[in-house]
Design a protein around this ligand. Structure first.
Ligand code: SF4
Length: 453
């Protein structure tokens, strides 16, 4: 069937979180469904869509730079279009709307976080009528999972269970650009998961800004533990979720790490700071003691669970003692991975108005000390797997060395191993193979594929 998209090519550039990556899969699903062909290089694309993130200033600046530089990239030979269509969506589209086309006049389409599904219509209008097509809605009319998806890998799927966020952490722009939290009915989630499992998906990652508060808007109380039970019952091999706000992590969810076969022993639990004063200023609504109590309960339920976290260094007003509290907490927990960030001011958030008098070099020195600690503790955490056999979900050839396969352990560690003779990394992609670990580094494990245990 011919559509206005037949014979057009597109590419998508994605910034930011897993939710944005998933939104990009939805866009690819829609455009492919209409007959457009995905291409890797911008030079080959008739349509370029940017899925944007405004959580950090760096991504924001990068987006404006990349879109500006597209002006000089000629349209491919043989394109059915008179000019390349450039679209910006996601968080920056939602936040900046018309301002984007004022600053980037060669931009054709702007859409927001609530109207992914409008993109094909906006592109068609840009092709037929020209001019700027800007559409940003205040709230979603439907859950975006009703749109088709072109998944990056056959064996893995992201499954959004909530969109938006009600937490208003004082540094964060997300509630302003993603809107209030909206949960998806449990039966819809279970039905989508069943379809994935029937199609051969091995790993499902549940997504939400705060999955722990799932269901509060629909059922009057959070029911995330029920979602985990329903997903486990589908027979999926690996189940993960992100992101988990510590204030809403319940004993019921912690117990699932002990009880559910499919729930992988890894949890991203963003702490942001180890200082009660800073946590209060961040409006995180938990204390250091509460967080450490969660860690204790998680380790009691699931010994060896791999914990990861996010830490912001240099939040406005952070004192030397506040930073030491964070440093001690990171030391005490012994995370497998810590995503460390220097505080970046986001206009429109309460923290942007807070006094910030700590000199930049002091913040940098704190940051560097923390990164050293993170690396030491990550290295130590990985030593626990030396000599053991871990099940690795193969993702393909290692980017480091094409003769190695790369995949993920149950604890979400990257694992490398030589490709067994007679096979290829590509052929093994999506299968789970046992690997005996004989090398444990800070950011990866390495070993040999073995026949059995
Ligand atoms: S929980 Fe806080 S940090 Fe996470 S998206 Fe919501 S407001 Fe932002």
């Amino acid at each position: 069937m011919q559509t206005p998209f037949t014979n057009l090519t597109f590419c998508i550039r994605t910034f930011g979180c897993q939710m944005n990556k998933h939104d990009s899969e939805r866009i690819a699903g829609m455009l492919e469904g209409l007959g457009a062909l995905p291409v890797e290089a911008i030079e080959d694309a008739d349509i370029v869509a940017f899925m944007t993130c405004c959580v950090r200033e760096a991504a924001d600046t990068r987006l404006y730079g990349q879109v500006a530089s597209l002006k000089n990239v000629p349209l491919r030979t043989g394109s059915p279009l008179a000019k390349r269509i450039v679209a910006v969506g996601g968080c920056i589209g939602q936040r900046d709307g018309e301002k984007l086309v004022e600053e980037l006049p060669h931009l054709d389409v702007v859409f927001g976080t609530h109207n992914l599904g409008s993109l094909p219509r906006l592109i068609e209008a840009a092709v037929e009528e020209g001019g700027h097509q800007v559409e940003v809605l205040d709230a979603a009319s439907s859950f975006p999972t009703e749109l088709p998806t072109a998944r990056e890998h056959d064996w893995a799927a992201w499954l959004p269970i909530t969109i938006g966020c009600n937490n208003f952490c004082s540094y964060c722009i997300v509630p302003y650009v993603r809107g209030r939290e909206k949960s998806r009915p449990l039966e819809d989630i279970a039905a989508e998961a069943e379809r994935y499992v029937a199609a051969g998906v091995k790993e499902i990652t549940l997504l939400g800004q705060n999955v722990n508060s799932y269901g509060r808007d629909l059922y009057g109380a959070p029911r995330f533990d029920a979602v985990l039970d329903a997903l486990d019952a589908t027979g999926v091999e690996r189940l993960r979720f992100a992101t988990s706000h510590p204030k809403d992590l319940t004993d019921g969810v912690i117990e699932r790490f002990a009880k559910l076969r499919s729930l992988m022993p890894a949890l991203h639990l963003p702490v942001q700071s180890g200082s009660d004063a800073v946590l209060a200023a961040m409006n995180r609504r938990y204390t250091r003691a509460h967080y450490l109590d969660l860690v204790r309960k998680l380790r009691a339920a699931c010994p060896g669970i791999a914990l990861s976290t996010d830490v912001i260094v240099g939040f406005p007003g952070e004192t030397a003692k506040d930073f030491e509290d964070t440093f001690r907490l990171v030391d005490e927990v012994g995370y497998h991975q810590v995503f460390t960030f220097i505080y970046s001011k986001r206009e429109g958030t309460p923290a942007a108005k807070m006094e910030d008098s700590t000199p930049r070099e002091v913040v940098q020195e704190r940051f560097d000390r923390l990164v050293d600690l993170v690396q030491t503790r990550a290295f130590e955490a990985n030593q626990a797997d030396l000599g053991s056999v871990v099940d690795v979900l193969v993702e393909g050839a290692s980017k480091r060395d094409g003769g190695l396969l790369a995949g993920k352990s149950p604890k979400n560690q990257t694992v490398h191993a030589p490709v067994p003779s007679g096979s290829t990394a590509e052929a093994l992609a999506g299968s789970i193979v046992p690997v005996r670990i004989d090398e444990a580094r800070t950011w990866y494990l390495a070993g040999e594929v073995v026949d059995g245990r």
